[in-house]
Write a protein that binds this ligand. Structure first.
Ligand code: PAF
Length: 294
């Protein structure tokens, strides 16, 4: 029976017998408005762990003052209905007034990795993420925590935080999940009406092209990605970069190892602007295939 838990003390009490029994605890941190991307993380946690906990918390710390915190989609009953059949032991949905109380003073910030890409466009966003993820790690004390590769920079930053602070958790990155039309699943996709969704599809299309034509020339790939997206109707490009997947350093020249193309853009839809991110791995395999085939 899945339990809804609202506070840290109750959660710890609920998890203590499992921890004493040596059971493996898995955490899937979410902001709710669940979609198949989230559910793939939950399925992985349920398959690999004895106890799966899903946190649902629309984290005010990771929204800028002009962002969509108030309008962010929320549907707790639907979320619980989706989680119940997946073998989730507990949904941890703390109240904002208790989990992020006024007067709190501590921020967890990962330097360097957070000043570019999302960090440059959304100042304070990644610090908001790491602060709340650190609190969730303290509350749940999971053995494993599951994050989607859709938020690629977030995953890299959380891994760095765990490494730097010796947090005893294994961070598991799970593949980005796409809708049938190619759009990366995101809770914000509900904002997209028909025309906006068509415009948004330029993002996965440009990334697919980048991966298909990847020849190791990072600057060429980045420039072509940028010019395709800048020319796409209905999209306002924020960034398009080709980076080292571990350091997130922008790549220049000819690259031998893997690379990651990351994009962010705004789409106008239904009286609002929706910001979308997407990414794709650029593998050297396509280039070397010719070397091994007869
Ligand atoms: O990826 C998200 O949904 C959020 O950034 C997270 C990890 C739940 C932290 O609020």
């Amino acid at each position: 029976m899945m339990e809804l838990v609202r506070d840290v003390a109750t959660l710890r009490g609920r998890l203590a017998p499992h921890r004493r029994a040596g059971e493996r605890i898995g955490l899937v941190p979410t902001m709710g408005a669940l979609h198949d991307g989230h559910l793939s993380l939950v399925r992985a946690a349920a398959a690999e762990c004895d106890v799966a906990v899903v946190s649902v918390f629309v984290n005010p710390l990771q929204f800028g003052p002009s962002e969509d915190l108030a309008a962010y989609p929320r549907d707790p009953d639907r979320d619980r209905g989706l989680l119940e059949p997946l073998g989730v032991a507990a949904v941890f949905a703390p109240l904002a007034a208790e989990f992020t109380p006024p007067g709190r003073r501590t921020t967890v910030a990962v330097g360097g990795l957070t000043e570019r890409l999302e960090g440059a466009s959304r100042p304070g966003h990644l610090e908001g993420v790491t602060t709340i993820v650190a609190k969730l790690f303290n509350a749940v004390q999971p053995d494993r925590a599951y994050f989607g590769e859709k938020d690629f920079q977030q995953l890299v930053v959380v891994r760095a935080m765990v490494r730097d602070l010796d947090v005893p958790v294994m961070v598991v990155g799970c593949p980005l999940i796409r809708a049938a039309d190619g759009l990366a699943l995101s809770s914000r996709n509900v904002y997209l009406d028909g025309a906006a969704r068509r415009h948004a599809l330029a993002l996965p299309a440009a990334l697919r092209h980048t991966a298909a034509t990847w020849d190791g020339d990072a600057a060429r790939a980045r420039d072509e990605l940028r010019s395709r997206l800048a020319a796409a109707p209905g999209l306002l490009l924020d960034y398009a970069e080709v980076v080292d997947p571990e350091t997130l350093d922008p790549l220049e020249g000819i690259v031998a190892g893997p690379a990651q193309a990351l994009v962010a853009a705004r789409v106008a839809a239904a009286g609002r602007t929706t910001r979308l991110i997407d990414n794709i791995r650029l593998e050297p395999a396509a280039r070397t295939r010719g070397d091994v085939e007869p």
